[in-house]
Design a protein around this ligand. Structure first.
Ligand SMILES: [Fe+2]
Length: 470
């Protein structure tokens, strides 16, 4: 703590001492992180993350962490009342616990499922550590019918999770009330050598804070949720990191070989389908996932179908599209008339409505053609990639070196998709209207920021360009 205090004081001194505002080396020097501070498990619960059941009108689940003194997974839940008497009618629900060893020593991750809930109802729950209960957290079950709601879509949080991504996530919540769900398009953390992996998950939880305890989270895995492990014989294998299954109590309704990382959720008229691009490309489950995707779209009775995964069909940073995914999944999206495809991985922004490019897309709209799947790529954290050669003409709108979040308002016949920058400025937007013939896309009516990209070495904010070529 003393070190933070000194840096803050040094920064204040440099500002107060006159016009020389050159960066103070003390303010920019990396602060060493060491195990033991500040993310060790404690005798009270932390990392409390709410996730939806497959039917979130009747089921929610929570995962949380404690030290090993709290051996069992215990929660209390009650229909919310407005006085401080939640304990009176609360019922105890127990669940499962698993040990995860980290640089901080062993921790227990607990998961509890709340089933048999009443639709469209406010509930409060709390979870137990050895020293006592957490605060009461409040959530609302989904309505059974297709009632309008709002969700938040985040691209890769992955880097500068607390330093930079946290302000974006907090701006999203602060600037937009009533967010009912958060969807994450993979690479929530880096799980590489920049930071201790447990510290990264500590930062991820701190960045979202209590919002992740009261708003159900719908995460997709990225390649960075997998840990590259070198075997004794020198070969490398991709293993799903230990924090994913511990941290998220997800519906077990996915594709058979990858049930920990694929699933679907029906929420008030939208079917969210979550795929695992890494397992599909690198671990041999492409065929199984493609078959499951097709079946899950075929059985959907939702007004809208939204597919979420990491590696994008159309890339804004890399020279080539993700060939395996494009070949296997794009035909299914077309055939089954998917509405939105939400992706990450490229650390840039792209809204693509036609592979032939933005001009062709605008002409098709003017000619009365219906809109196929809209492909989005976005990024929340601090790592940025330079835009590729196709970006000036292929996507409808692009961004480089820009942290973003997306607010999506869903109604039975309309989706309003809005992209905001880190500081809350409207950057891009479109509406999809559902008609008997198919979707009609219209551009956002309000003014949006001009395209942000680097010019040579100069970034869109006038400083250094932080986007690097991929
Ligand atoms: Fe990433």
């Amino acid at each position: 703590m003393q070190k933070y205090g000194l840096i803050a004081l040094a920064t204040l001194c440099s500002i107060a001492s006159g016009p020389a505002l050159a960066a103070d080396p003390a303010a920019t020097a990396p602060i060493p992180r060491s195990p033991g501070l500040p993310y060790a498990p404690r005798n009270l619960p932390d990392r409390i993350v709410l996730t939806p059941g497959a039917d979130p009108s009747r089921e929610m689940a929570v995962a949380f962490r404690t030290d090993t003194a709290q051996a069992s997974a215990e929660a209390q839940i009650a229909v919310s009342v407005d006085g401080p008497t939640l304990e009176e009618k609360a019922r105890i629900v127990t669940g499962t616990s698993r040990k995860v060893d980290s640089s901080y020593g062993p921790a227990l991750y607990h998961q509890v499922r709340f089933t048999g809930l009443t639709p469209d109802t406010a509930y409060a729950y709390r979870v137990k550590g050895a020293a006592g209960w957490s605060e009461w957290h409040q959530f609302r079950t989904a309505a059974v019918e297709a009632k309008p709601f709002r969700f938040l879509y985040l691209g890769d949080v992955q880097n500068g999770i607390l330093t930079y991504a946290s302000r974006v996530i907090r701006q999203a919540f602060h600037g937009n009330g009533d967010i009912a769900l958060v969807v994450h398009a993979g690479d929530l953390v880096a799980q590489r050598d920049d930071l201790d992996h447990d510290d990264e998950w500590g930062e991820w939880n701190q960045a979202g804070g209590y919002n992740y305890s009261i708003v159900p989270q719908v995460p997709a895995t990225g390649n960075h949720e997998y840990v590259d492990v070198v075997q004794p014989d020198g070969t490398e294998v991709y293993n799903l990191g230990p924090y994913w299954p511990a941290q998220f109590a997800l519906p077990a309704n996915g594709a058979e070989p990858v049930k920990a990382t694929t699933y679907y959720v029906d929420y008030q008229g939208v079917r969210f389908i979550v795929l695992d691009g890494t397992a599909a490309i690198n671990l041999g489950s492409m065929e199984a996932q493609t078959r499951w995707l097709d079946q899950t779209l075929a059985s959907s009775k939702a007004n809208w179908n939204v597919v979420l995964f990491h590696q994008p069909v159309f890339t804004c940073a890399r020279p080539n599209d993700t060939a395996e995914i494009k070949a296997a999944w794009k035909p299914v999206f077309d055939k089954r008339k998917v509405d939105l495809v939400l992706q990450g991985h490229d650390h840039c922004y792209s809204r693509l409505t036609a592979e032939a490019g933005r001009e062709a897309s605008a002409k098709a709209r003017a000619d009365g053609m219906i809109q196929g799947p809209v492909y989005l790529v976005s990024v929340t954290g601090s790592k940025m990639y330079a835009l590729n050669d196709r970006s000036p003409w292929q996507p409808d709108k692009i961004a480089e070196a820009t942290e973003l979040y997306q607010i999506v308002d869903v109604e039975p016949k309309r989706i309003k998709f809005r992209t905001f920058t880190a500081s809350g400025k409207l950057y891009d937007g479109f509406d999809l209207e559902r008609t008997a013939a198919g979707n009609r896309l219209s551009e956002v009516g309000e003014p949006t920021l001009a395209e942000r990209r680097c010019t040579g070495d100069v970034g869109p904010d006038g400083g250094v360009c932080v986007a690097r070529a991929k």
